[in-house]
Design a protein around this ligand. Structure first.
Ligand SMILES: Nc1nc2c(ncn2[C@@H]2O[C@H](COP(=O)(O)O[C@H]3[C@@H](O)[C@H](n4cnc5c(=O)[nH]c(N)nc54)O[C@@H]3COP(=O)(O)O)[C@@H](O)[C@H]2O)c(=O)[nH]1
Length: 548
């Protein structure tokens, strides 16, 4: 059976439109509802972790610290977070290494110069705020160069590491140690460079407190240090600057402590010295002196004076000591006692010494060619000159150039120059002696060498320091002089007495059998012409004390 339902077309169309609208509304509703949901999902799953990573990245760049993000997903974002954490750790590690290299001294593990400057800057800010004072100590080892040169750099390095330990071991918690900003080191101690150590002591109420720390460190560093069977005496000198009294900036405080240290060294080493304004003036004067000395070296603005040396048996003038003189156009007369040590410290002694040798040889050749009584010339040699490998060769070439024999030249060296005992010094000394040059040991008695030590060295003449003769009346000087003369003779050396100023000196030295005499009694250092005149008028055995 078939049923035919007849509906009007309009009605049908109306229903289908209604259904269509319904479907559209449902679809639109679904879209409207799902977009925020999808957005929420997108934000939580993707945007938020990426933003978190971005913030962590920015913070890492800004604070340079270790940042770790939580891993909340096991997807690509989770993997990205893991990679970020790994990178942050690696960055932190290399950052630490860079800071260590930049702020820590690799040899001693102490803070380095850069770190120390930061520490002083921080300490200034702190002390300014709390109205406190602090002390900056500048330490320099007294014998480092000598130990390093004699035993080599590995021993030198070991010594520096041991010194760092010794200083640290002698600092106490109540010394007011300033803490370093970076470094595992617990004290405000730094290796400033080479053999220089610096230390900050905060809240120092009185200079006495600082002095007691300095004394403690000096006495610890005065003890022998055993290194691979070698006993080394490092010794140290300390300069101290106080904030704010001696300076209010990092540069000023370091400069003033360094100056005070230099002063401590020049006044006998193994000492401490507080900065004072007069030190600053002295250092300006020194700087000017060094500058004028450079000028003098460039222009060879020196003169040579000669002081007679008399044979005590014949009373003839047998030699002269060449003594350098400098009259500066701005500073006036500057004594060699003042400028020779400066020249040694500032690399000018070789140029001055070479000029002196050349001029002395030229003058001796002039006297020789004038057929005057034959004399020798004694020239002072700095140990720095003797450290030059080509020194002997240059001396021999000079003698040949002026047709002089090696025996015409006496080279005067000081005890300290010899005692340093460097290989090259000894090599030159033995070679010069072997070739016939006579070696005189100058200023004997002012150093620490014993005659028994000196007997192993190629020394022909012993010059007793003038202080023994000038102060002959003082307690044991007569006995000491007599013992030195006897012992030197028994070792086959000739003896020269310097500083013979009056008849009592002459009588004593003659009675003791001293061989050669030098001093104001026989003539002050004077220009070559004076010696020429004396030699011209000299009759054998008549070189008498000069008129007062
Ligand atoms: N490396 C070099 N050193 C040199 C040179 N020229 C000098 N010097 C050293 O400088 C120091 C001071 O020397 P100077 O002022 O020339 O003094 C010498 C004499 O004038 C002085 N003297 C001599 N006799 C007397 C005396 O009777 N009384 C007295 N009060 N002083 C006297 O002694 C100095 C000589 O000393 P020395 O050299 O130890 O024999 C001095 O250390 C010089 O060495 C140079 O060219 N190179």
């Amino acid at each position: 059976m078939q049923v035919h339902l007849l509906l009007p077309e309009a009605e049908l169309l109306r229903d289908s439109r209604h259904i269509g609208r319904l479907v559209l509304i449902v679809c639109l509703g679904a879209v409207v509802l799902s977009v925020p949901l999808l957005l929420l999902l997108f934000r939580n799953q993707f945007l938020k972790p990426v933003q978190r990573l971005n913030r962590a990245l920015a913070s890492m760049g800004q604070h340079q610290q270790l940042i770790q993000v939580p891993i909340q997903h096991e997807d690509e974002i989770g993997e990205l977070s893991r990679s970020f954490n790994r990178m942050s750790l690696a960055l932190q590690e290399s950052n630490k290494q860079i800071r260590t290299l930049a702020f820590q001294d690799s040899l001693t593990g102490l803070a380095n110069r850069r770190m120390f400057i930061k520490m002083v800057r921080r300490e200034i800010e702190r002390s300014q705020k709390h109205q406190q004072q602090f002390a900056l100590l500048f330490m320099d080892l007294d014998n480092f160069k000598q130990i390093n040169d004699t035993h080599g750099h590995p021993v030198g390095d070991q010594l520096l590491a041991r010194v760092a330990n010794i200083i640290q071991g002698n600092l106490r918690a109540d010394d007011g140690l300033s803490r370093p900003i970076v470094s595992d080191n617990p004290s405000g101690l730094a290796r400033f460079g080479g053999d220089e150590f610096t230390l900050l002591l905060r809240n120092m109420e009185s200079a006495l407190d600082v002095a007691s720390v300095a004394k403690r460190l000096l006495s610890a560093l005065a003890q022998p240090i055993e290194l691979k069977g070698i006993s080394c005496y490092a010794g140290s000198s300390i300069g101290i600057a106080l904030y704010p009294h001696d300076g209010t900036s990092v540069e000023e405080l370091i400069k003033h402590a360094d100056l005070a240290m230099y002063q401590a060294k020049t006044s006998g080493k193994g000492n401490y010295q507080f900065f004072s304004k007069s030190l600053a003036t002295q250092s300006l004067q020194q700087a000017r002196l060094v500058q004028r000395l450079h000028h003098a070296v460039e222009n060879q603005a020196f003169e040579l004076f000669y002081q007679p040396i008399i044979d005590n048996h014949s009373r003839d003038l047998v030699a002269v000591e060449a003594l350098v003189r400098w009259t500066d156009t701005e500073l006036g007369v500057v004594s060699p006692g003042q400028f020779i040590p400066l020249a040694e410290k500032n690399g000018m002694i070789e140029a001055i010494g070479n000029w002196v040798l050349e001029e002395a040889a030229r003058q001796l050749q002039t006297w020789k060619s004038a057929a005057l009584p034959s004399i020798k010339v004694a020239v002072n040699i700095s140990s720095i000159q003797l450290q030059q490998p080509g020194f002997t060769r240059r001396v021999m070439a000079l003698l040949a150039r002026y047709q002089l024999a090696p025996q015409d030249l006496y080279l005067e060296l000081t005890e300290t120059g010899l005692i340093q005992g460097q290989e090259q010094v000894m090599e030159n000394l033995y070679e010069l002696h072997r070739r016939g040059t006579r070696i005189a040991l100058d200023d004997f008695g002012t150093g620490y060498s014993s005659l028994s030590y000196l007997q192993n060295l190629p020394i022909d003449i012993l010059k007793i320091d003038r202080s023994f003769i000038i102060n002959l009346q003082e307690s044991n000087n007569g006995l000491i002089l007599s013992a030195i003369i006897t012992m030197a003779h028994s070792l086959g050396m000739q003896v020269v007495a310097e500083g013979v100023e009056d008849q009592s000196h002459l009588d004593f030295l003659t009675a003791e059998g001293c061989d050669l005499l030098q001093g104001y009694l026989f003539g002050r250092p004077s220009p070559a012409n004076d010696i020429t005149a004396r030699l011209t008028n000299q009759h054998p055995g008549t070189f008498r004390p000069s008129p007062a």
